[in-house]
Design a protein around this ligand. Sequence first.
Ligand SMILES: [Zn+2]
Ligand SMILES: [Zn+2]
Length: 212
Amino acid sequence: MIDCGADWLNAVNSVSPTAIVLTHAHGDHAYGLAKGVSCPVYATDETWSVISRFPIADRRSLTSYEPFVSGGVRFEAFPVDHSIRAPAVGYRVTADDTVFFYVPDVADIVHRREALGGIELDIGDGATITRSMIRRRDHMLIGHAPIATQLDWCEAEGVTRAIFTHCDSGIVKKNPRLIEACVKELGAEHNVDVGVAYDGLNLTLARPKRRD
Ligand SMILES: [Zn+2]
Ligand SMILES: [Zn+2]
């Protein structure tokens, strides 16, 4: 399970995940762990320092760019610009031969090529479609890159499929068909097959079998 926001507070143990990996310590990503959880939790030291009071028994510290395997799935954390108080990462996730990148909150990816190169699917930040939600603080970008910008990244790195999740009210409150059409049109301009995520969405990722 990646992230565990506050709305999972009384539900996470019934999900009983093998492990939880956290992207950052904002409430909508980590506060579902405020009463603890009965599985290992992986996070960066920066994230652990923000949620140190949570009664989590099995804390695993991870380091960016150092892959680890949990439940047969390989995770590699990539630092992203998003927040100063809650430094964030995205995950390059590999299971069998399939690789995807998951980054629900992102203003910029520090090593974009290494993060996105060769992936089958990018699961990105659906906060805003085209309107910028980015501020510059010192040398860092704060906030959320629009979907249009993330599609620029996909196009530059040859990623042909993207799903946007964690959508803001500007998307959620509008007609889903109009939003889907708008996002698909943007995707077509970038040669990316794009969809908008929704609760309960299941995706099957499988590389086509090579024929000998
Ligand atoms: Zn955040
Ligand atoms: Zn968030």
